[in-house]
Write a protein that binds this ligand. Structure first.
Ligand SMILES: NC(=O)c1ccc[n+]([C@@H]2O[C@H](COP(=O)([O-])OP(=O)(O)OC[C@H]3O[C@@H](n4cnc5c(N)ncnc54)[C@H](O)[C@@H]3O)[C@@H](O)[C@H]2O)c1
Length: 354
């Protein structure tokens, strides 16, 4: 589907649900960017979740967020259950404004909702020649090392760093080995999953996605593994530490829910976010910084390749190429997602995109 048609449809859906046009555009931007970058799990496939959230009242269509505390370089926002994307953009914009004035801006958000891809907010900083970072906590699906129940979210981390001629370094990743969506795909296909993705109720590695998803849904135990996998052998404890770091910076720092409390009450998810903007020019001239970023990227890419492989990537490179391709050729959407869109459009009186 062509990007403009997809955008137009999503914006109209949000406007029909009472979201002001400017905020409908921001929310759409985040969803469509996910699809453009090839992160289907967080693109328009998630539209039903937002439609339900707004209809059920735990996602407020009109932005109610407000600054609770503020210093020159920091701010705490209470989102008051506004749309995560709208508050997220507002938070990152504020961090950017502060970084331009003081070299660093940090904004912490509480009482928010799911904000989509963490990368969207980090990328905003690049337009201002700043380094951007963004993190969020999420519903508990990840089991801590040596544990057997899920306590932490898939808590993503994103960082975007300006480059010169080379593509910017844009790392945008969950802190779990895989998202829940990957288990759902194999479950639907009736296939086993690789050992190292998830554990069952006993805390032992499982290859049965149906069993793990069932136990997770009933909160019987088990769940996804943190980056690095099971136990300490492949450094699962480091992934666990990173997920906890995100929960501390997003949740504890802002006073949002943390760990098991995130989404404990579906009607008050109380998600927390963290945004940082940093001006490299506060340390050295921007041209020197971007020149060295380029050199580092070129060194990595020119280094010897593993047998049978022809290319080394820097994070963000493949997503940028995908974005260009999808802008030109259209965004591939699964039949299920198109069906969902038709259903939503039908219910709200929004004509489906051609
Ligand atoms: N809002 C939430 O609650 C939430 C929770 C979890 C994840 N997410 C989002 O889900 C998305 C997907 O996360 P993921 O962990 O599955 O991403 P992923 O594994 O697809 O990619 C992670 C990173 O690795 C980079 N990469 C991919 N192949 C590479 C290679 N060969 N060499 C170097 N770098 C490479 C990508 O550019 C990306 O920055 C992210 O956008 C994340 O923000 C959101």
């Amino acid at each position: 589907m062509k990007e403009p048609a997809l955008r137009h449809f999503c914006e109209q859906v949000f406007v029909k649900l009472g979201v002001p046009p400017g905020d409908a555009r921001v929310t759409t931007d985040v969803l469509v960017l996910a699809d453009l970058r090839g992160i289907e799990s967080h693109g328009v496939a998630r539209l039903p979740r937002y439609v339900t959230g707004i209809k059920e009242g735990f996602m407020k269509p009109v932005d109610r967020s407000r600054i609770v505390r503020e210093t020159k370089a920091t701010a705490l926002l209470d989102a008051e259950l506004s749309l995560g994307q709208v508050v997220g953009k507002k938070g990152m914009d504020l961090a950017i404004k502060k970084a331009k004035e003081t070299a660093v801006g940090i904004v912490s958000v509480r009482n928010s909702n799911h904000y989509g891809i963490a990368g969207y907010y980090a990328l905003l900083a690049l337009e201002h020649d700043l380094i951007g970072m963004s993190m969020t906590n999420a519903a508990p699906l990840v089991v801590p090392t040596f544990g057997r129940t899920s306590i932490l979210g898939t808590n993503p981390i994103a960082i975007a760093v300006p480059g010169g001629r080379e593509e910017p370094f844009v790392l945008d990743m969950a802190t779990s080995v895989v998202p829940r969506g990957k288990l759902e795909v194999l479950d639907r296909a009736g296939k086993p999953m690789p050992l190292g993705w998830a554990v069952d109720e006993t805390g032992k590695g499982s290859t049965d996605p149906t069993k793990v998803l069932g136990a997770l849904a009933k909160r019987l135990g088990g769940g996804l593994l943190p980056l690095g996998g099971e136990g300490e052998a492949f450094s699962g404890h480091k992934g666990y530490g990173l997920a906890l770091m995100v929960d501390v910076l997003s949740g504890v720092l802002s006073g949002a829910a943390t760990g098991l409390q995130v989404y404990a009450d579906e009607k008050v998810p109380n998600v927390g976010h963290f945004f940082l903007a940093l001006d490299p020019a506060a340390f050295r001239p921007l041209e020197e910084f971007t020149r060295d970023m380029d050199r580092l990227a070129r060194e990595l890419k020119a280094s010897p390749k593993a047998e049978g492989l022809s290319r080394i990537y820097v994070a963000g490179e493949k997503s940028a190429a995908r974005t260009e391709r999808h802008r030109k050729e259209g965004i591939p959407l699964s039949p299920k997602v198109v069906e969902q869109m038709k259903k939503i459009g039908g219910e709200l009186g929004v004509p489906g995109p051609a």
